[in-house]
Design a protein around this ligand. Sequence first.
Ligand SMILES: [Zn+2]
Length: 335
Amino acid sequence: MVHLLRRRTKGCRDPEDLQNDNHSQRDFHLSARFWSRTVLAGGVLAVFASCLPARAAQLTVVAVDGTLCDITRTLASSAAAVTCLIPPGGDPHGYRLKPSDRQALAKADLVLHNGFGLTPSASKITTSGKVVAVGNVALPRYKGNDPHIWHDPANSAAMVTVVANSMAPLLPQAERAALGARAAKAKAVFVALGGWAGAQFSGLPAAKRVLVTDHQTYSHLASRYGLKEISMLDSYTTGGVLRPSSFQTITAVVKASGAEVIFTSSLPANKTLRRISRSTGLPIAKTPLYGEGVASGQTAVSTATLNICTIVNGQGGRCDRGAAEKLAQRWSAIP
Ligand SMILES: [Zn+2]
């Protein structure tokens, strides 16, 4: 029965919150409070009882973008009500705040966003709560211009620390130790993910550690694992406009790069990628890379392993999917 009813209680959320709930397919668990209510009242009535106004003091958190939604929900468990703004597959760069987002932001105790300008609309947030640009706090010395920092698992581990440290002072004392325990487990999974990723990439010959994409999204992953990232449109065009001369340069650079495949963020791939595929003779990967956050129905960890397997397999290597699955399970089992 626990498994049938598994669901994190976050108070009774409105339909928008439920729509934005990226976690519907995993790792819900029943808080002791909800469970005791259910047992005491029995049956369906108890489910409605759980939808009566939640604990007035429950911490409310909004996670804006990137993989923060999953990291925040995992760390919050039932200790906070978490609303996520950008759904899986959403584009953080072009995201515009909806009226319901503004409402959620206005009443939040804590607002977490990725930082480094991933979501420009995050600079327009109005809230009386605390706002944390998680990436900027996690990587204070980073001076580059790629906001997709979570693709390096070490950065994700650092983000876990920042999210936990941001949440802890706002929680009742009694909840903090459990938060710390979840954060420790979450960091351990990202450390293990980092080791697994290193093993996958080291199986590729050095000349094949190449990642050809349209826009720069994986520089953090690339620099951690010694990949050569060629983000064609960012490196060889101005504003993504493909002039004949840049088209020729891209074709030459990609052909000489050791790339086996051109990676895409969406399928079917856009016209420009198809054109470059024809000019270079390289196929477009059959699986997309999920660069902007968590893939639909996936977690922060399973999205990372999917991406890494896509890259390694695309470049002619072999990916240990069994070990990847175990990592994803460890993440989802964080209580
Ligand atoms: Zn992006």
